[in-house]
Design a protein around this ligand. Structure first.
Ligand SMILES: NC(=O)c1ccc[n+]([C@@H]2O[C@H](COP(=O)([O-])OP(=O)(O)OC[C@H]3O[C@@H](n4cnc5c(N)ncnc54)[C@H](OP(=O)(O)O)[C@@H]3O)[C@@H](O)[C@H]2O)c1
Length: 277
C-alpha cells in the first residue's frame, strides 16, 4: 500500500538525502518542504506524480497549516512525518546570544512541536502513523560550547519520550533519531558561531573558531543515515524508540549513561531518604 511521507527541511543534508531516496520509491508519496521552493528543483528528475512540494518554514504557522492541507488534498493523509529541520549553535553558555538561542529553540523545538501538533489529528484519525524526530547524539550527551544546542535536543528527547507513551495505544509510533556528526550543512552554514571573547573561556576559542573549517569532514555519511532511517521505519517492527547513529552516539552515549547510572546508584540511599511519610 502506498504511504505518504512529509519531511521538513529537504533543501540539504539528511532531509535532502531522505527525500531523494523516497522520491525513487514507487509505493511512496512524498511531501517535500523547504524555505525556498527553488531548493527543491533537484526532485524534478524523479517526479512521477507522487511528489508534492511545499514552502515551509517551521516557525510560520500558516505555512505549517498549508503544508499539512496539501498532503491531505493530494494524498489523503500522512503516514510518516519526519521532523528533520534544524539549526546548530556553537557558543559557551555565558556568551550565548539570547536572540540566537530563542531562534534555535523556535526551530529545533517549537517548530517540531507545531508540526507534530498539526499532524497528530490526521494520524489519530487513521489510527496509524510514524513520527520521526531528529534529535542528536548531543541530545543524549553534551559537550562544552554545545550547551544550548544540546538543550534543544534534550528538549526533543523529553517531548518525544512523553509523546511515545501518550500515543502508543493510538497506533502511532515515535522514533527519536540521534545522529553523531555528519557531513551536512549543519556545522557550516546552518549554525551560528559565537567565538569566546571572555578570557576565562579561551580554551574553547579554537574549537568554535575552527568549526567552519572542519565542517564537512565529520565521519557520518548523510546518505547512509537517510537509508538507515528509511529502513527502520519501513522494515523494522516494532519501530525502534531510539536510533543512535555513529560511534559517538553509540559508544559516547553508553559511557555517559553508565556514568550517570553509577552516580544514581551511589546516591540511592540519599535519594530514597527524600520520601518521608
Ligand atoms: N549533521 C549533523 O552532524 C547532525 C547531527 C545530529 C543531528 N542533526 C540534526 O539533523 C537535522 C538535519 O540537519 P542536517 O545535518 O541535515 O543539516 P542541514 O544540511 O543544515 O539541513 C538542515 C535543514 O533544516 C532546514 N531549516 C533550517 N531552519 C528551518 C526553518 N526555520 N524551517 C524549516 N526548515 C529549516 C534547512 O533549510 P535551509 O536550507 O533553508 O536553511 C535545511 O533544509 C537537524 O535537526 C540537526 O539538528 C545533525
Amino acid at each position: 500500500m502506498t504511504k505518504t511521507w512529509l519531511v521538513t527541511g529537504t533543501s540539504s543534508g539528511f532531509g535532502r538525502e531522505l527525500a531523494t531516496l523516497l522520491a525513487q520509491q514507487s509505493d511512496i508519496n512524498l511531501v517535500a518542504t523547504a524555505r525556498k521552493m527553488t531548493d527543491l528543483a533537484y526532485l524534478d528528475t524523479y517526479d512521477h506524480g507522487q511528489i508534492a512540494k511545499s514552502l515551509l518554514d517551521v516557525t510560520v504557522a500558516d505555512q505549517i497549516t498549508a503544508t499539512v492541507q496539501l498532503a491531505q488534498d493530494r494524498f489523503g493523509g500522512i503516514d510518516v512525518l519526519v521532523n528533520n529541520a534544524g539549526l546548530g549553535y556553537f557558543a559557551t553558555i555565558e556568551e550565548s546570544d539570547t536572540a540566537a538561542v530563542r531562534h534555535l529553540f523556535d526551530v529545533n523545538v517549537f517548530g517540531l512541536a507545531a508540526m507534530t501538533k498539526a499532524v497528530l489529528p490526521i494520524m489519530r484519525g487513521q489510527h496509524a502513523g510514524t513520527i520521526v524526530n531528529l534529535s542528536s547524539a548531543l541530545g543524549l550527551v553534551t559537550l562544552p560550547t554545545m550547551g544550548y544546542y544540546s538543550a534543544t535536543k534534550f528538549a526533543v528527547e523529553g517531548y518525544s519520550q512523553a509523546l511515545q507513551q501518550e500515543v502508543a495505544n493510538l497506533g502511532i509510533d515515535v522514533m527519536i533519531v540521534e545522529p553523531s556528526g555528519a557531513r551536512t550543512n549543519w556545522a557550516g552554514a546552518s549554525s551560528q558561531k559565537d567565538v569566546p571573547t571572555i578570557a576565562d573561556y579561551d580554551q574553547f576559542k579554537a574549537q568554535v573558531a575552527g568549526t567552519d573549517a572542519s565542517a564537512g569532514s565529520e565521519p557520518g555519511d548523510p546518505r547512509q543515515i537517510a537509508k538507515l532511517i528509511f529502513e527502520q521505519v519501513t522494515s523494522t517492527q516494532p519501530t525502534p524508540k531510539h536510533l543512535p547513529l555513529g560511534h559517538f552516539a553509540s559508544a559516547g552515549a553508553q559511557a555517559h549513561l553508565n556514568d550517570l547510572l553509577a552516580e544514581i546508584k551511589n546516591l540511592s540511599a540519599i535519594s530514597e531518604s527524600a520520601d518521608q511519610a
